[in-house]
Write a protein that binds this ligand. Structure first.
Ligand SMILES: CC(C)(COP(=O)(O)OP(=O)(O)OC[C@H]1O[C@@H](n2cnc3c(N)ncnc32)[C@H](O)[C@@H]1OP(=O)(O)O)[C@@H](O)C(=O)NCCC(=O)NCCS
Length: 145
């Protein structure tokens, strides 16, 4: 695998179209859904951490300031052919490091049930009932930074 580069961008960056395409491919098309049918206007508020391979966006996670020193981590996706090689972990650790440096104290997220184990390995704990989002079961998880 070629070198992986991590970068922080926002939705105005030229690379954001690659982020949008990756989210559509990994997080929506497999569920028969499309981001084009959603209001994505709040993407503009988010800090976006990306992983690049050969200048192509192959991983992303987005962080929204939701107040009370808390970040909501969302839209976590790694391209299928790069999954299980440590890129998701690298992205979450980078988002945590940068959020802490910017004064945030907690990260909260809605985890797809089949990704709960991924977040648990990174120190997130689930609480509350299972709920449905994008048609599939989710759990709320959080981690103190
Ligand atoms: C879930 C996802 C983001 C993980 O990214 P990744 O790059 O494949 O994960 P990593 O290789 O960094 O894995 C880190 C650790 O978590 C484990 N892990 C990865 N995915 C896992 C999963 N779905 N369930 C349990 N453990 C998982 C890995 O085995 C690894 O363990 P190790 O440290 O003991 O070796 C990625 O698989 C993905 O994009 N999945 C489809 C979309 C999705 O479900 N996104 C999350 C929405 S909440």
């Amino acid at each position: 695998m070629s070198d992986i580069i991590l970068k922080k961008i926002n939705s105005k960056d030229e690379l954001f179209k690659g982020v949008f395409a990756l989210r559509e491919k990994v997080l929506r098309i497999p569920l028969g859904l499309s981001l084009y049918n959603e209001d994505t206007s709040s993407d503009a508020e988010d800090a976006i951490y990306i992983a690049l391979s050969d200048e192509k966006v192959i991983g992303c996670v987005m962080c929204k300031n939701i107040g009370d020193d808390c970040i909501k981590l969302r839209q976590m996706a790694v391209d299928d052919s790069f999954q299980k090689s440590g890129i998701g972990k690298l992205l979450v650790l980078e988002a945590e490091r940068d959020s802490l440096q910017n004064g945030f104290k907690k990260i909260s997220l809605h985890a797809r049930q089949n990704a709960v184990g991924f977040y648990e390995k990174l120190g997130y704990r689930s609480y509350g009932p299972v709920f449905t989002e994008v048609g599939i079961p989710h759990l709320t998880m959080e981690k103190l930074l």
